[in-house]
Design a protein around this ligand. Structure first.
Ligand code: HEM
Length: 770
């Protein structure tokens, strides 16, 4: 950390190639741009009409008061700007294309949502412990036959809790730690300030204006964490949540076009002011946004709107193994327990001669519903347990490490027990990989994210036992992901750096590519050694610091494809919180026991003055502050953590649940023998890097930059799991009733990736041998 009173150095990538230097030249923006925002005071956004809009028309922030676009305006990209309507009106009969299909979508097309607004009534359920208000209510459950899932996790998360078998299942709704703040109490996003003017509701600040007030793309480097930390966090995020949003034919409706007349209730787009520092250059005046789907759980069906995840709620490496049977079948090769893979050089799938270090993820079928469209058709996108794997090569590189780690252990087991079936080897390996991953998350990752003090605090129960088993399993503890966690606290987008770095001395000079050129583009991983080069690049490059500054690559260029602009993830995150009716920043402070702020000045305990000033300029009341914005304004806990105290509390509560409520938690007494547990606790990110790449050394805690207290350690000195402790005995450990061979899964008739080559003990000598 810099000495007190001194600012940290502004972030500049360490791997800093010529090609992207111009990107770091000062942006063609002057402080005057920002002053415009400040002088105008809080941007009120287009004023809502005096009369309430029709109920189903939730969008108050249309561009009705926008000036007309310039006649010979600059470049026109995308869909904006729009002809302003002559008479501002919310009528649905204006002359725009007939999107009658979209007129009925919210409750027809959402067939799996299955309820109409009239059916809704209030039905909150208070949960045990602090103020949980969630569904399904305790005691509720469909009859599920769990006998197949006594020893091994199901893929969809059901049958973890034997009393409430559907708990934690994919599609179960989120839980909450604070009350919902929907404008109508049950369904409409949070739209209005708590301050009223002559009984008129005043709108909340526009999300894009907030985004610009919050972040001017002037990030600082993280004081201690490298880039592997946020991307590993992203894997955890993907493990726990994938919130589906409203789609028609597998894509979001283009709300900025079809919803200019407020026709699609599930659209929640927002306007971009004409003086926007970035988008005005492209005449963009509207930002796309579709609402998250409401869940359909039977108990919640008539209740208030609650969102859900389509991946399991457990910390079970679902990005690797999938979150339902179909996904899990697609990623296996049904040979000796392995996950399906390709040889990076030959492209041959599941070739048993392929070294672990040359394995890459299998190929995504070319015409599937994925948004990944490879630029080079020979370099297809990847298939993994989570469809978001292709978002960036950094994420895919970590997924590749997991694939190799699984296959490394499965090969070992198959060699010791040649008579074990593919199913048993697969499930036993999966159990070890998940356990190892849980250790890495709790022992190495959370202390870096939350700071040692919170990570070790008794309240959160996230410090692993030094010795022996954990006796805290509680089958009545609500395991469902906390909405405030996934919709705000764990969206660590502020830590993401501008570049995708590659560094491997043997494959050439260091390289970096702008992040926005790498979305949905896996080209970089397609050469021998390139997964390793990217992993090495992440170890070498610093993460960005936890602050209100977010990289322009995410704040304006997200998913831009070949356009010079894309989406703004900061405003999306803010709008998503309102869409979900999240409790405000102040509500969460209170729930965490930090006390409410009654005035902007009361925020000074966690928020620096400079940031309080911004909040005061933008919000009408301290009670209006969005959780995402307030959280980002905080200083990191003790200056050492990667989040502020409010996010840290929400994140720690989430991870408490992931440990306490998980029947398969690796420290539970019936999961592993004491010897095995001791081995598992040796797991580390460094060990995983050494086992799955050809790097010869790794930082001791591989989420931290190399320093005197965190040296670079040669792989041979990094403690390894003694796998004989797991497989040196004839049968997997466990009480006898759990210890039977599981019944087979519904195998497909054909194996997905061509004929499986015969395994041969006489493997060719690796070119890396010796
Ligand atoms: C290149 C980096 C990243 C990109 C392009 C990206 C992009 C996105 C996008 C587009 C969303 C959906 C936003 C919405 O519609 O509400 C999202 C959600 C999310 N992101 Fe990121 N993200 C990145 C990095 C990260 C990192 C490092 C984390 C760290 C934990 C993270 C955590 C999350 C979480 C928890 C969600 C909510 C997931 C859900 O509820 O479905 N992201 N991200």
């Amino acid at each position: 950390l810099p000495p007190p009173g001194e600012e940290p150095a502004p972030y500049a990538p360490r791997i800093y190639p010529e090609a992207v230097k111009s990107h770091y030249a000062p942006l063609p923006r002057t402080p005057a741009y920002y002053r415009q925002y400040e002088e105008k005071g809080p941007y009120p956004g287009p004023q809502p009409p005096k009369y309430p809009p029709p109920d189903r028309c939730i969008v108050t922030d249309l561009f009705l008061t926008m000036p007309p676009p310039p006649a010979h305006g600059g470049p026109k990209y995308g869909h904006g700007p729009f002809e302003p309507r002559k008479t501002p009106s919310y009528s649905t009969s204006a002359a725009i294309p007939d999107y009658s299909d979209f007129n009925r979508p919210s409750y027809d097309v959402l067939s799996h949502s299955g309820y109409s607004p009239n059916e809704m009534s209030d039905a909150g359920h208070m949960r045990k412990g602090y103020e949980y208000d969630s569904c399904p209510a305790p005691g509720y459950d469909e009859p599920v036959d769990c006998h197949r899932f006594i020893k091994y996790r199901s893929f969809d998360g059901s049958c973890n809790n034997l009393k409430y078998p559907s708990w934690g299942n994919r599609t179960q709704p989120y839980s909450r730690i604070t009350a919902r703040t929907y404008s109508d109490g049950k369904d409409m996003p949070r739209l209005f300030s708590v301050v009223k003017e002559y009984d008129d509701k005043l709108p909340l600040p526009n999300p894009r204006v907030l985004s610009v007030m919050v972040s001017q793309n002037k990030p600082y480097a993280h004081p201690v964490a490298n880039l592997l930390m946020p991307y590993f966090a992203q894997i955890i995020g993907h493990d726990l949540t994938l919130t589906p949003s409203f789609q028609v034919n597998n894509r979001q409706p283009d709300c900025c076009v079809i919803n200019s007349d407020c026709q699609v209730p599930e659209c929640f787009q927002f306007s971009i002011p004409p003086y926007d520092p970035f988008y005005s250059r492209f005449n963009i005046t509207c930002h796309q946004f579709a609402r998250s789907l409401p869940s359909k759980d039977a108990r919640c069906r008539y209740g208030v709107r609650e969102q859900f995840t389509t991946v399991t709620h457990w910390l079970d490496a679902s990005p690797v193994y999938g979150s339902n049977d179909d996904q899990s079948l697609a990623i296996r090769n049904f040979y000796k327990g392995q996950l399906s893979f390709r040889d990076v050089n030959s492209g041959i799938p599941n070739d048993q001669y392929t070294e672990i270090f040359l394995q890459i993820l299998p190929s995504l079928p070319p015409h599937g519903p994925s948004s990944c469209r490879p630029l080079d058709p020979r370099r297809t996108c990847f298939l993994a347990g989570d469809e978001r794997v292709n978002q960036t090569p950094l994420l895919a590189a970590i997924q590749t490490m997991f694939l190799r780690y699984h296959n490394h252990i499965a090969n070992f087991m198959a060699a010791i027990y040649p008579d074990w079936s593919d199913e048993v080897i697969f499930q036993e390996t999966r159990r070890i990989v998940i356990a190892s991953y849980q250790v890495i998350v709790y022992k190495e990752f959370l202390p870096v994210l939350l700071g040692e003090k919170i990570a070790n605090h008794k309240r959160y129960a996230i410090k692993l036992e030094d010795e022996g088993y954990f006796d805290g399993y509680d089958e009545t503890y609500d395991p469902h992901v906390i909405n405030e966690f996934t919709t705000a606290a764990f969206r660590l987008h502020t830590l993401v750096a501008d570049v995708v770095p590659r560094l491997l001395f043997s494959t050439g000079p260091p390289e970096a590519h702008l992040l926005s050129t790498q979305f949905n583009n896996q080209t970089l991983l397609y050469e021998d050694g390139n997964t390793d080069a990217i992993v090495n690049g992440m170890l070498e490059e610093m993460a960005l610091g936890f602050d209100r500054q977010v990289s322009l690559e995410l704040q304006g260029r997200l998913f831009r494809g070949r356009l010079p602009f894309g989406l703004d993830l900061v405003s999306i995150d803010i709008q998503r919180g309102r869409d979900h009716g999240l409790g405000t920043y102040n509500d969460i402070r209170e729930a965490c026991g930090y006390g409410r702020a009654y005035d902007f000045a009361d925020l000074k305990d966690f928020i620096p003055y400079e940031n309080i000033a911004i909040l005061q300029k933008t919000y009408r009341s301290v009670d209006d502050i969005d959780l995402m914005v307030g959280g980002l304004m905080e200083s990191p806990v003790n200056g050492e953590a990667s989040v502020g105290p409010t996010f840290a509390c929400v994140i720690a509560l989430e991870f408490r649940g992931k440990r306490v409520a998980d029947r398969f938690w690796h420290e539970n007494p019936d999961q592993f023998s004491p010897d095995q547990l001791q081995q598992l606790h040796k797991s580390s990110m460094a060990q995983m890097i050494c086992a799955t790449t050809e790097l010869r050394s790794a930082p001791w805690n591989s989420f931290l930059d190399v320093s005197e207290i965190n040296p670079l350690v040669p792989c041979k000195m990094i403690p390894r799991l003694d796998l004989y402790k797991f497989f040196g005995v004839p049968k997997p450990y466990g009480p006898s009733e759990y210890n039977r061979i599981p019944e087979p899964y519904p195998y497909p008739d054909t194996i997905p990736y061509g004929p499986v080559p015969q395994y041969s003990q006489e493997r060719p000598v690796s070119k890396y041998a010796g």
